[in-house]
Design a binder for this molecule. Sequence first.
Ligand SMILES: NC(=O)c1ccc[n+]([C@@H]2O[C@H](COP(=O)([O-])OP(=O)(O)OC[C@H]3O[C@@H](n4cnc5c(N)ncnc54)[C@H](OP(=O)(O)O)[C@@H]3O)[C@@H](O)[C@H]2O)c1
Length: 384
Amino acid sequence: MLKKILITGITGNIGAYTAGQLLKKGHTVVAIARSRSKMVEDAFLKKTLKSLSQFSGDETMVDEALKEGRLVVLKGDISDPASIAALELPFSIDETWHFASSLKYMPKDNEEITEANITGVKNILSLHDRFRSAEARFVYISTAYIGGKNMHVVPEAVIDMDERLSFNNEYERTKLLAENIVREFSEQKDMGYCIFRPSIVIGEKFTGRLVNYNGFYLGLKAFHTLNEYLAKPDGTKTRLRFESNPDNTLNLIPIDDVDALMQKIIETNPPSGSVFNITNGTETRIGDILNIINSSLSNLEIQISSKEAFMAEPRNRNEKMLAYGFNYVLPYLNQDIQFTTDSVVSQTGSGYALALIPDHLRFYINHYLKRLSRKTEASGVVQS
Ligand SMILES: NC(=O)c1ccc[n+]([C@@H]2O[C@H](COP(=O)([O-])OP(=O)(O)OC[C@H]3O[C@@H](n4cnc5c(N)ncnc54)[C@H](OP(=O)(O)O)[C@@H]3O)[C@@H](O)[C@H]2O)c1
């Protein structure tokens, strides 16, 4: 059945990817995008079309969908209640996919994070409620990392917001609070909903591409910056200790697999209130990631050290810089978190089986590091 689908966050990674796939399948998409340019009136439209074409790789399909009225782009800022309340959708909708979110995690951005993730979800729930068809469903995109500091196994169920929970950052807290808000609103209004929780999203398989290199890539960027900064005339490497445990893991999942799993699940018409951890069946070892980084960076030799080792021998200046770059990512590198996937498996019959072997990882890491090197060279920052 072809559906009319409201999408937020269409200029971001997963929103752009999913919207492109939905348009390819023939669905109608109405997207909400913001504009921060006061100069260009249709900047939000241009940005949306660029992200969509870049990801779907099909500019003609995007242009045609726009001409046919199967793609409608409306200007709206999800953090601003008036901006969303003023929107009039051209038709009633069968589904809303709410991707838009602030992915920042620094305390200085807490206000912006709360507005985007809490005020934002409330505004989009109200918009969905105003324009939904009788059987419409609200799909909230959360994160698998909602468990905070104390949860080691993340279940596929909404965890009640509780003041005893302790979070690594405001992003985590607001994503869990938003899940609670979606559940409460939907139950009050007798409205269908489901929640998808991707783990750490990496680029598309075979191309490595993303619209925004956020999350996992910010850590790579910190290594790359230091690698440029610590280049020595004699070509020797600087040894730096990095706090983690080589056997700790991260759950990385390519964006096309995130989309494929979500689409497969939605097509099975899951019961309202379902929660799905969209994760990779195979975790990636921190030790494997750092081995690849070491072989790719010419000026650094990173060595994993324990917290105790740093207590015995405090960080030197360069190690402090590295730790600063990783400030808010460190908890994830020092916490072993597992995710249940029973609901995904029971809904899809299989779940996710592709293991990210070191060769795949090398491809992803090098794709991004090369991209950064091209950028630094183009800006002339690099010293020969
Ligand atoms: N990337 C990951 O590793 C990951 C992992 C787990 C879960 N998730 C979740 O997946 C969803 C999408 O993530 P992503 O990686 O695609 O993020 P992204 O690339 O950073 O995109 C975020 C999107 O949200 C939009 N947005 C933010 N604030 C907005 C506002 N006030 N009004 C309107 N639009 C606003 C952005 O628009 P602009 O272009 O205008 O900024 C952009 O389209 C998020 O809910 C995130 O929490 C992501």
